[in-house]
Design a protein around this ligand. Structure first.
Ligand code: HEM
Length: 136
């Protein structure tokens, strides 16, 4: 783990870079789908999304290992992992399952709020994420 810790700054920069790319690509695909475009579900768009998300999760997992965190003790990390599952579900609804434009918009906005919540949880190191700043 000491060897991993030496790369902490790089891993964190990579993780945050992938987070930015992943959120931007999801928003782009979701709003383009809402506008009636077909490319968001094309193979290149899906592969790009898959590659970026794999990088995001890998860098996150390496940070987790480097810092030797326990998601039960460090509840912000546990909350992040649970919210990640919620985000994947909301994203699938927004891009694939929703049948009406209004439904698609609602799932898209819910997914983006969930994504922002994960970012707030990561920055605040607090499972309540952005609520922490409201209460101070
Ligand atoms: C959509 C999913 C995710 C988002 C939006 C996200 C976002 C972030 C952000 C913005 C940071 C930097 C926080 C700061 O500047 O202080 C961060 C750090 C971190 N993330 Fe993620 N993350 C995600 C998924 C994951 C996953 C799946 C894991 C674990 C497998 C993970 C583990 C970590 C760790 C260990 C840190 C370092 C915290 C520290 O330096 O103290 N993240 N994440």
């Amino acid at each position: 783990m000491q060897a991993l810790l030496e790369h902490y700054i790089t891993l964190r920069q990579l993780h945050v870079g992938f987070v930015t790319a992943s959120g931007s690509l999801f928003a782009l695909r979701a709003f383009a789908t809402l506008a009636g475009a077909r490319w968001p579900l094309s193979r290149p768009a899906r592969v790009a999304s898959w590659a970026i998300d794999t990088g995001l999760l890998s860098a996150g997992a390496l940070l987790w290992a480097a810092l030797q965190l326990n998601p039960v003790v460090q509840a912000w990390l546990g909350a992040k992992l649970l919210l990640l599952l919620v985000y994947i579900g909301l994203g699938t609804m927004a891009l694939r399952r929703a049948r009406t434009p209004l439904g698609r918009l609602a799932w898209t906005l819910a997914a983006l709020v969930c994504f922002a919540w994960i970012v707030g949880t990561a920055i605040a190191h607090d499972p309540y994420g952005p609520l922490r700043w409201l209460s101070t």
